[in-house]
Design a protein around this ligand. Sequence first.
Ligand code: C5P
Length: 222
Amino acid sequence: AAVPVLTIDGPGGAGKGTISRLVADRLGWHLLDSGALYRLTALAAVKHEVALDDEARVAEVAAELDVAFVAESEATRVLLEGEDATTTIRTEQIGDAASRVAALPAVREALLKRQRDFRKSPGLVADGRDMGTVVFPEAPLKVFLTASAEERARRRHLQLREAGVDASLSSLLKEIQARDARDMQRSVAPLVPADDAVELDTTSLTIPEVVNRLTDLLTERG
Ligand code: C5P
């Protein structure tokens, strides 16, 4: 039988990263953090001084991306060309650059096969924007996670504070709204729920509540 895939799409800051990792851990499944691939493409382009709007060259960077995801006890370490890029790719600057290169069709095409290669037995949790619509359209369970922009800004603020970064809540909210607009309005693979996705608003849910809800859904569908 085909290897099962659970796709988890939604806007930035809805908790997809944390939830996907916890669900994958609980199920013993593999994890695809597709946003990290767009972030790594952006970082590699910056590193090699490729203009972020040079579609053909950024697509080449994406096709030749030399990355490794190293699972460690707490999180996953990300290497770009052998160098640790775990924290660098999480900056707002690279997040912004990622959403620019992600709007280029040739870049998305270049990353397609690499993403599908993550589908390995016993299963895959795929986290992104277009996992259920484009990359794994035949996935048996698709979830679209949302939360209000204010709540997502608040979560991001807390996360940054824990990391010792002091950012203003209002500027985080503005960045989140700008990124949402760009991700939803782009012509290629825009951020929209798949027709057959289950939508879950996490604004007033805790992380364990969301994880339980998703594993329950999988059991119901399984
Ligand atoms: O999820 P994350 O914030 O790491 O993603 C960074 C950017 O990459 C997003 O703002 C989005 O523009 C892009 N992205 C995408 N398709 C995906 C995952 C991420 O376009 N499947």
